[in-house]
Design a protein around this ligand. Structure first.
Ligand SMILES: [Zn+2]
Length: 470
């Protein structure tokens, strides 16, 4: 049984899918929505953290037989997109399409392939307008000069997710709309009337574009209905964004809660400050992958708990690479075990699997799960060194690691066999020659040369192993 920390109740709760709780059929069907990107620039590794966490989370649930519909929105119309398009002398539509493509490319490179559906805001304008209309009809929406706004004083439970009151709402941290004629300072925009030259869609309340919060609820109502299982995102979205979503959807439907479990990921920080576009302290996924592998980022992210802050620096990335090397060496060794003697190490394998599952079911405790993998590596290595691991057991361990890697995607390297350049192969040959002739000093010089070229050489009893620096 999964246990999840729910931001709404501030408690770890047993995960019971909505359909199961309502006694419906297909009780293992779960709807999950995670806030997607605003496509005006390249995403950074702070964004990657949230998407890697939910990718592994969904894969883990699916491995348990839960049928997850994983939905993500794409904010492809927004003030930032309009402003950036102006700067770049292009149209907002072209800019959004370009960065949507780049976002999907980054996700693919990070092996994030669990999303069932990406839904663009601009493909759901009809649904958005319908929600704004219903909010006006119920007395929550009102019109002023520049758009339709939501009157937060009308919604009794405003602040229940972020644990704030309507009066505190005015100190909202992001994207609270500034119009002067608003009834309450914390009122947020549902529909923005277009100024000259801005993108616009026709609506009964005037030509304009959707506010930010309304696109999520319109999209989830369309695909999931008015109530669903899990909503995720980075923790800075709790207020005002997710609070606003609750206010919109629960006001329309009269049903609560809109979402049963709210899951929020912690920040990626640089020198204790949150990595953010606005602060300029970010590294794009693109730039990260120029220097390091996707599996480095996946391990780096998943060895921390998703709710804790993760501090980023190059030293910690090097440490992660060393951990990956230990994994690679272990897998190499397992593949070479030829011991036919039947040794009973079944208990080690079974225990590892059980402990791993227990860790994952306990609020997705990936740091514990990663530690369990390294415990297995330590024990396995010592058995192999003493020639105490049989080939059958080695294969069973490989099988278990493959199963775990369907969730983690950092244990096995991609299938592409690395091609070692001729120049390096030549140096290796020369070095072998020198070693045979006991010219140790020259051999050592050649080794250093190989390392300077970005390769690592390790001598084993079966000959040298060459690897590119990760
Ligand atoms: Zn969102």
């Amino acid at each position: 049984m999964f246990k999840l920390y729910n931001t709404l109740t501030r408690k770890k709760e047993s995960f019971i899918p909505l359909r199961q709780a309502q006694g419906k059929l297909q009780k293992k069907k779960v709807n999950l929505f995670v806030c997607g990107p605003t496509v005006y620039d390249f995403p950074h590794i702070g964004h990657a953290r949230t998407y890697i966490v939910f990718d592994a989370f969904v894969k883990c649930l699916r491995q348990k037989g839960v049928k997850v519909f994983y939905l993500q929105n794409i904010t492809d119309i927004d003030d930032k997109i309009i402003a950036r398009a102006k700067e770049k002398k292009t149209t907002p539509k072209k800019l959004a399409l370009l960065f949507e493509k780049e976002y999907l490319k980054d996700m693919k490179n990070l092996k994030i392939d669990s999303v069932t559906k990406y839904a663009r805001a601009t493909n759901n304008i009809k649904e958005i307008i319908s929600q704004v209309e219903r909010l006006i009809n119920k007395g929550y929406g009102y019109k002023i000069k520049d758009g339709i706004y939501y009157d937060i004083s009308k919604f009794k439970n405003y602040g229940k997710l972020a644990r704030r009151t309507a009066q505190q709402a005015e100190d909202g941290v992001s994207r609270i709309d500034k119009a002067k004629e608003k009834r309450n300072k914390g009122d947020f925009c549902l529909w923005k009337l277009s100024k000259k030259g801005e993108p616009k869609w026709e609506s009964p309340f005037g030509d304009g574009r959707p506010g930010w919060h309304i696109e999520d609820t319109a999209i989830t109502e369309k695909y999931f209905g008015q109530q669903y299982d899990i909503h995720g995102g980075a923790r800075d979205l709790i207020f005002p964004h997710h609070e606003a979503e609750i206010a919109q959807m629960e006001a329309i439907s009269g049903k609560k809660p809109m979402v049963k479990y709210w899951i929020h990921t912690g920040f990626l920080t640089v020198k204790k400050t949150k990595m953010a576009k606005s602060l300029g302290n970010f590294i794009t996924i693109r730039d990260f992958l120029k220097k390091h592998s996707a599996r480095t980022l996946r391990l780096f992210i998943l060895k921390a708990h998703y709710r804790s802050p993760v501090n980023y620096n190059e030293k910690l990335i090097s440490q992660t690479k060393k951990e990956l090397e230990r994994i690679d060496e272990f897998i190499d060794k397992l593949n070479k075990v030829k011991n036919k003697k039947e040794k009973e190490e079944k208990s080690l394998i079974l225990k590892t699997q059980k402990d791993f599952e227990k860790a994952m079911e306990n609020d997705f405790n990936t740091p514990k799960a990663v530690a369990i993998i390294f415990e297995l590596i330590n024990k396995g290595n010592s058995l192999i060194d003493k020639n105490l691991l049989s080939q059958t057991n080695a294969r069973d361990i490989l099988k278990l690691l493959k199963k775990i890697d369907k969730v983690f995607n950092f244990i096995f390297q991609s299938k592409k066999k690395e091609k070692i350049p001729l120049k390096i192969l030549e140096l290796i040959r020369e070095r072998r020659q020198c070693r045979q002739e006991e010219k140790w000093k020259v051999a050592d010089k050649i080794r250093k040369k190989i390392e300077r070229s970005g390769y690592k050489i390790k001598d084993t009893k079966d000959g040298p192993i060459i690897k590119k620096n990760l």
